[in-house]
Write a new protein. Structure first.
Lengths: 388, 388
């Protein structure tokens, strides 16, 4: 089987073998509906209860604070739209570098009378402290700032931002799908600082697609996005995706058990990668900020990111030219635009995101192939310029 | 392994072995994000395209009319709430026997200014023609009537109802999750009659939990319930659950290929079952109506349904006392209430729903165990009455 080197772990991750093994019984003999009052149903309910405990333990929350959803996008939409549904429309603040599944629901709320403030970021992608203080004067009733950016890997100081927002009395949410498994994450600590909700997702941490969670302070009033049979304490109806939820539980336990080792290992590999990138003349976005240990987002002078990603793909390396979810849309990244990166530089952006299974040999191979590709493309560009 | 006889197929179904086989590659080496522009991503995109064609072919629709969601509840919420979001609030009509995931979103819309008309049903559970004509005079702009009821199996004449509603210009939706795989289903034919949207779900037809679809006439304007990266033509954002969608495609193909044979087989088994039930003195709900061939919903005189289900479970037979999704709520069924069944009779309701793998020997065993259980419970009841 053709198996290119996978360096796109921020888009999605391979299922850990132990996760698949845990899921398989729930994809065969143990197929019950957790709401059913017979042995098949009870077994499924017990499995979900266990997964809820595993996810809760992994994120430092209580099991009753875990609301399972079908994915991170659903969890973010659930929080923003359905907390808004329980409030009088006022001011809503989200950072300018949020994922589209935070930006778009926030924009939908504008049509319902909410005033949206996008929090400006500095050149490294961090929420600008001065601009933030200004927005807080408007007392936003809903705030959402991601833990780590999916494109740059740049971290926000969510606890400090939440603490500053506290006096305003708003609900503070953080999309942490890129944080979990890469850095320590504690809802209890964040909650103490003033964070009321976190989004985490299975398929970013070696778990399956189809399961995620909103970790929710129970003081937050929320109407369901998907109403019906009253599952998930009435907050999310629909037959639970038992195999995916079971897989999420195991993946969360594994990810957290390995987070310290993985962090060290990935940071070392990323340093090796970026040393090579800089030697090739790359500009690395957000390099001066605290970042996820696995993410490197860069541009090579004069080269188009899409073209480079295509060449690398054919050479056996799977990397991204931008956030996977918006790859259908070849506009320059809104994250880089918010960081003040010029569109012609932003069009060169390439993201490499490492995983647990990435090796130093793969990074070395990648750098060699990248060098050859860059030289080839630059020669072509030079020839075109000469001919013109 | 303890494996009771499973007679609860309207709650959920075992995964067909061919479905699991088709899913497995997407749970191991083929783990890409379909939005990624590298080989892993393209392979996942092709798999989703193929599944979309399979589901479209199975329901007689065009692939571009298939909007994948995480489940039937999401699809029903998506249609009702997000078609409503594109309309001026007016009148909305849903049948009195709809699943909670239609009833609850309809009730949520009332808070947004919609007037909800619940369509009365007759004693057999069919939408009452006279009452329907009355409601149509109010020109409902949104209508939802299920194809087959999950509790009774009673069929609605959706095409005729939709045709009658046409002059009013509203959007007509039908929850068909219980129809697919049990009876022939053609969106093209229904669409010609005036049905604009159908909900179908994988886990009711031998497919996995976590995948369903809204089959949607493209003239219907719909805002996304889950907004973000713009997946599913902008109607449903979030990384696609590739393994579940692949499984859905295969399950839909299989279910439709077998629908005629299965129908005949299940009708024969159900006849055997109901002959035995009537001999034991059971009242069968909706017996005079056209029903799904696999569903039997009945009550034994003087016996509580929950108690009976518990006894049958311990004796090795998995059946339901009501809709699985609302089993957490031991109130008498709203479906039976709408049919005019007295609460004390409705409390006795037990649902047996057969599957492809159900055998005549299992039905015979079930009837024997039921008889013994009923006699035992009736003797206990008689003793209590004597003692009182």
């Amino acid at each position: 089987m053709f198996a290119p080197v996978y360096l796109d772990h921020n888009a999605t991750t391979p299922l850990a073998p132990a996760v698949l093994e845990a899921m398989l019984p729930w994809l065969s003999g143990q197929f019950g509906n957790p709401s059913s009052r017979h042995e098949y149903g009870r077994a499924a309910r017990r499995a979900i209860d266990e997964a809820r405990q595993q996810v809760a333990a992994a994120v430092g929350a209580h099991p009753t604070e875990v609301v399972f959803t079908s994915g991170g996008s659903e969890a973010n939409n659930l929080f923003l739209k359905r907390a808004a549904a329980c409030l009088r429309p006022s001011v809503l603040a989200v950072s300018a570098v949020e994922h589209p599944c935070v930006v778009k629901p926030a924009e939908q709320l504008v049509r319902q009378g909410w005033q949206l403030r996008k929090l400006a970021v500095d050149g490294e992608g961090r929420v600008d402290a001065e601009a933030y203080r200004c927005v807080l004067q408007d007392k936003p009733q809903l705030l959402s700032v991601m833990g780590a950016n999916n494109e740059t890997g740049v971290l926000q100081d969510v606890a400090t931002l939440a603490e500053a927002a506290r006096a305003g009395g708003g609900w503070f949410h953080s999309d942490a799908v890129q944080m979990l498994g890469k850095l320590p994450l504690s809802f209890r600590e964040l909650n103490t600082a003033g964070v009321h909700a976190l989004t985490v997702s299975a398929h970013k941490i070696g778990g399956p697609k189809g399961a995620a969670a909103l970790i929710l302070d129970k003081r937050v009033e929320l109407a369901p996005l998907i109403a019906g049979g009253g599952h998930e304490r009435g907050l999310r109806s629909g037959t639970e995706n038992v195999p995916a939820i079971v897989g999420f539980g195991v993946a969360a336990s594994l990810a957290v058990a390995r987070v310290a080792d993985c962090g060290v290992q990935m940071a070392a590999l990323r340093a090796q990668l970026e040393l090579g990138l800089v030697a090739l003349g790359a500009r690395i976005f957000g390099a001066a900020a605290s970042r996820l240990p696995n993410t490197s987002y860069f541009a090579m002078p004069q080269l188009d990111g899409e073209t480079l990603v295509g060449k690398l793909d054919r050479a056996g390396f799977a990397v991204a030219s931008g956030a996977a979810c918006s790859s259908a849309n070849p506009e320059p990244s809104h994250v880089l635009a918010a960081m003040g990166v010029a569109p012609d530089v932003a069009r060169g952006a390439v993201r490499v995101s490492l995983g647990r299974e990435t090796t130093a040999a793969q990074i070395e191979d990648f750098l060699n192939v990248l060098q050859a590709t860059v030289v080839g493309l630059q020669q072509m560009t030079a020839m075109k310029l000469d001919a013109a």
